[in-house]
Every structure is written in structure tokens, then in C-alpha cells.
Design a protein around this ligand. Structure first.
Ligand code: SF4
Length: 405
């Protein structure tokens, strides 16, 4: 059976799509172009209205590309509104994420590894799903349901298997990663165990990276671990701020204030020297004034983030924020988002410039090396894909010229 996977959305979706691909291959399937596939899986996202549109467009394109294929639609957009997809064509089947592997590849090996030809030396492992919070703008916790975590030993086995198969960096991902709980153990316990497991593995095991983590979950133990792991756990965190205005944060039900967040970032910088930080920001949440927006710009600049992921606020049906009457006009949202993206570019450059001449471990991927602080630099001379090499951060001009060469 020839199959094709169209992945949309976040890192967790990427992992889930790769897992389905691995399961289908292990059950005898082979990857093909969408136009030649018997089965096309579209893994959708619904984080914004734009994401919904892209999901429907991807399904229509898959239907057009091959008039005889079956198109399976899964993911968050399908969980929220399955009929929007089944109405497109009788060949469309909506399958919930949890039932995907059982439906498509019931006879696949239990742990189908994604490392190998065609996969990266940096591999993501999903350890958690869902979220028990209810931020007023968010539809993801509705689509994904309550927080669940994978068993501790299962994650350890999977990471060890990836390490043996050659992965040099493992990125732990989840929808609300910091809420990880398994038999009373939390994310720092898991990281400690993975570090200990790594000591018995070739090369000391893969280095670990924590993907996006909610600020309330960055606790003393995680900070101490980042400080003493000597880069085996990357000194890089993506901590979503969403707004620099305490009033707006309250209306988002974010359960922290802007000064509390600033204090947290101050602690991270003081206790984990050289840590790289990035964040998410929403532009134009309902009721956001010019002053609120300016405050957000000031806060992200003051905190020295290395990168901002900027989302213009998008109304998601069924969420409290979508029902508010004080929606910010689209053109204001667009211009605030554009301003924040410009600021993000500047912050990335400043973060890079601060690191020039310092030493970091970089993972060599295809044509690029990714540093612990998540900057891309040219592949050091003589290094090969999959090498973890110590580099002196080159000046930005040199790095750009060598990457373009
Ligand atoms: S923490 Fe908030 S934004 Fe993140 S998934 Fe949960 S409800 Fe959504």
C-alpha cells in the first residue's frame, strides 16, 4: 500500500505524523507522492482560523491529486468539526488521533522507530498530550482533551531505542509538557532518568531538549537541572508569555502576572548562565489597547528573548474570548503582529551577537548545524551529519556568507 502524509501545525502533530508513517512502513506500506498514494493522511491543526482553512485546502488538494485514493483526516480541526471534512467528498474518512494507528496499521510493531534514512538525527518524542487549563483564547485543550502522560518506562525505552539507532538529540514534546506526570514522577524526574540512562549509551546518550513549557511549570528542580546538566539538557526553553499586560493575561486566564513572569525569566538567567529563551505572543487579543500592546513590546525586549512566535489573535468558535464584543479590528491585529515580527528578527540578531565567540555544542544536520541555543550556523569543517561538535559561535556575517556559499 502506497501512502502519503500531509502534516499541518505544531511539533506534536509532526511527531504523530511521523509515528503513523513509521507504523505504516512497519506494516508493509511505502511512502509515495500524494498523486500516487492509495491512502493520504491529512493531520490537521485548528489553532487559528487560518489553520482551519489550510486543513480544508489540504484535503481538497489530496482529493484532486488522485481520484481513487482514500483520504483520512485526523488531528485537531477534525476533532472539532468532523462534518466540515466528511462533507467534502465520500472518499474522506475522519479518524480520531487515538484510533489512527489501530485503524490504519493494526499489525505494526509496537515501537516503530522514526530514525534512519530520511529522518533527522534530531528526533522528537511525544511524552504528553492534552491540557487541563482553559485559556480563554484556546481551542486546543478542547480538541485534545484532558492532560495525559505516557508511562515513564515507555518513554525511557523509546529514547534509548532512538539513541541506539543514532539520534543525537531528543526533543521532548507535549501539548502541556510541564504537566507530565507518571506514577508520581514529573518532568525533572524523567529528565534525570534519561540523563542517567544516557551514561550507559554510546557517546553518553543523546542530548535532550525540552520543547515549549508553560511558565508555571518551570520549577526550582527544572532550573537546577538545566544549570548542572552541562548542556546534556539544552539550556534553551520556549516559555509562552502571550501578553506583557497583566490585565490581558488575567482575561486570558493565564494565572500569572507580567511581573511574576519577569521574575521567573530573571531567575532563569541568573541561575542558568547563557540560557536561550523564546516565547509566544498573541497580538490583538480582545480588548487589547495600544498601551497593552506597547507594554508587551517593552516586556519581550526587556527580557531579551531570542525569538518570538507571533500569532495575530484568531477567534475560535466556542471559546470565551471569541464571544467578546470588544474584538480588535483585523488591520490593527495585522499591524501589531507585523511590528512584533520585526522586533523578533531584531531580538534574534541581538541574541546571536551576544553569543559570538562563546562555545556551544552544535548538532550537525543537513547542511546546517543547530547550536544548543537553537541558532543555525554553518557546518564546521570536517563535521558530518549527526556529529555533536563544540563550536565557537562565528560572527553573523561570516556565518551567513558560509551558509549561502
Ligand atoms: S495552556 Fe492554555 S494555551 Fe496551552 S494548551 Fe492549555 S489551554 Fe491551550
Amino acid at each position: 500500500m502506497r501512502f502519503s502524509i500531509v502534516n499541518l501545525g505544531c511539533k506534536v502533530n509532526r511527531v504523530e505524523s511521523d509515528d503513523v508513517a513509521a507504523a505504516l512502513i512497519s506494516a508493509g506500506g511505502s511512502l509515495a507522492r500524494t498523486s500516487e498514494a492509495d491512502l493520504v493522511v491529512v493531520n490537521t491543526c485548528t489553532v487559528t482560523g487560518e489553520a482551519d482553512k489550510k486543513a480544508r485546502k489540504a484535503v481538497r488538494q489530496a482529493l484532486r491529486a488522485n481520484p481513487s485514493s482514500t483520504v483520512v483526516v485526523t488531528g485537531c480541526a477534525a476533532a472539532i468539526d468532523a462534518a466540515a471534512f466528511t462533507a467534502l467528498d465520500p472518499r474522506v474518512r475522519v479518524v480520531p488521533k487515538g484510533a489512527l494507528q489501530q485503524t490504519l496499521a493494526p499489525h505494526a510493531a509496537p515501537v516503530a522507530l522514526r530514525v534512519g534514512e530520511g529522518f533527522r538525527t534530531r528526533v522528537s518524542v511525544k511524552i504528553q498530550d492534552g491540557c487541563d487549563h482553559a485559556c480563554t483564547f484556546c481551542i486546543v485543550h478542547v480538541a485534545r482533551g484532558k492532560a495525559t502522560s505516557r508511562p515513564f518506562s515507555e518513554v525511557r525505552d523509546e529514547v534509548a531505542a532512538y539513541a541506539r539507532a543514532g539520534a543525537r538529540e531528543v526533543v521532548l514534546t507535549g501539548i502541556n509538557l510541564g504537566s507530565y506526570r507518571s506514577e508520581g514522577r514529573h518532568l525533572p524526574d524523567l529528565l534525570e532518568a534519561l540523563l542517567a540512562d544516557g551514561e550507559a549509551l554510546p557517546g553518553g546518550g543523546p542530548r535532550l531538549r525540552v520543547s515549549s513549557i508553560e511558565p508555571q511549570q518551570v520549577d526550582r528542580r527544572l532550573i537546577e537541572l538545566l544549570a548542572r546538566a552541562e548542556g546534556r539538557v539544552c539550556r534553551h526553553l520556549h516559555v509562552p508569555l502571550q501578553s506583557g499586560s497583566t490585565r490581558v493575561l488575567g482575561e486570558m486566564e493565564r494565572t500569572y502576572t507580567a511581573p511574576w513572569f519577569e521574575h521567573l525569566i530573571g531567575r532563569l538567567r541568573a541561575e542558568v548562565p547563557g540560557i536561550a529563551l523564546s516565547t509566544d505572543v498573541i497580538a490583538g487579543f480582545p480588548g487589547e489597547t495600544d498601551d497593552d500592546f506597547r507594554e508587551t513590546c517593552r516586556v519581550v525586549e526587556r527580557l531579551g528573548f531570542g525569538r518570538l512566535h507571533v500569532f495575530p489573535y484568531s477567534k475560535r468558535a466556542g471559546t470565551p474570548a471569541a464571544m467578546r464584543v470588544d474584538q480588535v479590528p483585523d488591520e490593527v491585529k495585522r499591524s501589531r503582529a507585523a511590528e512584533l515580527r520585526l522586533l523578533s528578527d531584531e531580538l534574534t540578531q541581538r541574541d546571536y551577537d551576544r553569543r559570538v565567540g562563546t562555545r556551544e555544542l552544535a548538532l550537525v544536520e543537513d547542511g546546517v548545524a543547530v547550536t544548543e541555543s537553537y541558532h543555525e550556523i554553518p557546518v564546521p569543517a570536517g563535521a558530518r551529519r549527526g556529529d555533536l561538535v563544540e563550536v565557537v559561535m562565528p560572527p553573523r556575517g561570516d556565518a551567513r556568507a558560509r551558509m549561502q556559499a
